[in-house]
Design a protein. Structure first.
Length: 150
């Protein structure tokens, strides 16, 4: 598993915990960074922080787009893990020009296959594919965010 794949899985853990607790993803991330420091564990890959912060910054727009393009599904109807996977991958597809869309989608599908329902991988693939297809019309300017500082 590549370092970025591992970072995506860790970022997913943070986003999922944030969603389940109803707390800020930045707060959950800070808590994890602090725990790692206290226990002497290796620091988180910087890409974990970039993903979490990117989703946090663009969360309102991400949720709006997911709700619009989910074809009959509301965010609250989606399994929580799917919601977190989609938020992270949507951020990568729409705001990260250094990640090919196919890679972001493939990684999200793999996470859905591993962690969610039997139908989730197909749903995640279809929704992210639609977003990739329309992203040029959405007027979103990709930018490389600054890494999270704990």
């Amino acid at each position: 598993m590549s370092a970025r794949s591992k970072a995506r899985k860790r970022a997913l853990d943070v986003l999922y915990e944030s969603d389940m607790r109803g707390t800020s993803a930045s707060d959950v991330l800070t808590s994890q960074v602090d725990r790692r420091l206290e226990s002497g564990d290796p620091a988180l890959n910087a890409y974990v922080s970039e993903l979490v912060e990117g989703v946090q910054i663009h969360r309102e727009r991400i949720d709006e787009l997911l709700g619009t393009y989910a074809m009959g599904w509301t965010l609250t109807r989606m399994p929580a893990v799917d919601r977190s996977i989609l938020r992270m991958a949507c951020y990568e597809v729409l705001w990260r020009d250094d990640i090919p869309d196919a890679v972001a989608i493939s990684e999200a599908v793999a996470l859905a296959q591993e962690l969610s329902t039997e139908e989730s991988a197909t749903f995640v693939n279809g929704l992210l594919g639609r977003l990739s297809d329309v992203k040029a019309r959405l007027g979103i300017e990709a930018a490389r965010p600054q890494p999270f500082e704990a």
